[in-house]
Design a protein around this ligand. Structure first.
Ligand code: AMP
Ligand code: GLY
Length: 423
């Protein structure tokens, strides 16, 4: 079976790496892919948001399964566009409908959904320019810090956490007058939850689900979780504080009500659900939903998945996930992200990379690379996610550190403390 993966990051390389191991896999295509995915299959210069060209590509290459990596095509409705097209009838595409993608595309939608289905999350109020006074009064009832979230997609920058009430009021005004563009026309004001975060991943067919390995990611650029937010600087799986009893609470109070809620509301959803959770006094709360896999979490989740991913994805497409189970490698996986100097601020692209082929005890997933005259050069802020297995976080981390030393490019930076808080 020929497969197309949409996207170009470490997540998409990890999907391809795992799919390639399936006896069911035929040719692999990536749009647009990176220098790493080019070793697994064919990169096509197609924009994942250009649905008509994606469909033409599917027909041209006899593709039977499409995996959508990033959220943007999902929020723009790629699944609905395929569903409405007779020529795509035999094609399985993994992801939620546009309505389902609102769980990520609109924080207000997600909060209302959780409220309707009694899913534990922080208390909140959604406000627009006309109800800003209510918003400020609501904040008065909360304890600092104040959490302000732009309703729409804001490239991961739409959440502000502010200690001072007056400053929070000022920022609320700024958001409602366009600080994040139309994404901030509605702002969700949330109660602040204090605890430790983890991510749990589910694959659902809209009715049944399998729970994939959980992970913890490290979002800040600096060691000790300091400095600016990034797409993610590393990840660890399993998460030691997520023991069986805690995972059971997550399944009972969050996963099952979420999947049942989607079904009850007739929202088509055959894809991944990424639960951003926080553990407060040993109880799980939802911080956010994403409607895709995480990056770099996928780079630890896929290596730990022992089951055949292609089989799971086809079952999700057919609605037969109740006949599948998810086997998991008990070892610990740690991924450490190597980034371009300057990231998450401005950084150079096109810098020559060497030594990737010398990595032998880890998997070097490409995140932001491209081929230039057959040479690997950087093309993004996050350049590689280097994943290793170990019997402990310490051991896996050390292997990734050794491998990172072998990969050379000017300005390379990485966080050495991935997993430190869990050891
Ligand atoms: P989000 O984009 O909703 O995941 O928010 C980004 C980050 O802000 C989360 O990963 C949390 O670290 C933090 N955050 C969001 N909402 C809350 C909340 N209600 N309480 C505490 N921290 C939060
Ligand atoms: N690593 C967080 C995300 O993918 O959103």
């Amino acid at each position: 079976m020929n497969v197309l993966v949409l996207g170009s990051g470490g997540r998409e390389h990890a999907f391809g790496w795992k799919i390639k191991q399936s006896p069911l896999a035929g040719q692999l295509f990536f749009a647009p892919g990176n220098a790493g995915t080019a070793e697994l299959g064919t990169n096509l210069s197609v924009d994942p948001n250009d649905f008509e060209t994606v469909k033409k590509t599917v027909l041209d290459h006899n593709i039977r399964l499409v995996v959508v990596g990033p959220e943007e095509p999902l929020v723009r409705g790629i699944i609905d566009s395929f569903a409405a097209d007779e020529t795509m009838k035999e094609v399985t595409i993994i992801g939620p409908s546009q309505k389902g993608a609102q769980l990520e595309g609109s924080k207000d939608f997600a909060k209302q959904f959780m409220q309707r289905h009694n899913i534990p999350t922080a208390g909140y109020l959604s406000v627009t320019a006309s109800s800003v006074a209510h918003g400020k009064a609501f904040m008065k009832t909360l304890k600092a810090p104040y959490v302000l979230k732009a309703d729409g997609l804001a490239a991961g920058k739409g959440v502000l956490i502010i200690n001072d009430y007056n400053e929070a009021c000022l920022e609320l005004d700024n958001m409602l007058s366009g600080k994040f563009g139309a994404a901030g026309n509605t702002v969700v004001i949330e109660e602040f939850l204090s605890g430790i975060e983890l991510s749990v991943f589910v694959l659902t067919d809209g009715k049944n689900y399998v729970v994939l390995p959980e992970a913890k990611d490290y979002k800040r650029i600096g060691e000790g979780d300091t400095g600016l937010n990034t797409g993610g600087m590393g990840a660890v799986s399993p998460v030691p504080f997520a023991d069986a009893a805690f995972m059971q609470k997550i399944e009972d109070r969050i996963i099952r009500p979420t999947v049942n809620g989607l079904a009850k509301e007739s929202i088509p959803y055959k894809g991944f659900i990424f639960l951003g959770l926080i553990k407060v006094n040993n109880e799980p709360y939802v911080i956010e939903y994403n409607v895709r896999m995480g990056d770099p979490e996928t780079e630890v989740v896929m290596p730990r998945l022992s089951s055949d991913l292609l089989e799971l994805l086809m079952a999700a497409g057919k609605g037969t996930l109740n006949q599948q189970k998810c086997d998991v490698d008990p070892r610990t996986a740690v991924t450490m992200v190597m980034v371009s100097g300057g990231y998450p601020g401005s950084y150079q692209k096109g810098i020559k990379v060497s030594g990737v082929n010398n990595v032998d005890k880890s998997i070097a997933f490409h995140a932001g690379t491209t081929l230039n005259n057959n040479e690997i050069v950087t093309s993004g802020g996050r350049v590689f996610a280097v994943t290793s297995f170990g019997s402990s976080i310490k051991e896996a981390r050390q292997l990734s550190l050794n491998s990172i030393k072998k990969i050379i490019f000017d300005g390379k930076y990485f966080r050495k403390d991935i997993g430190f808080d869990l050891m």
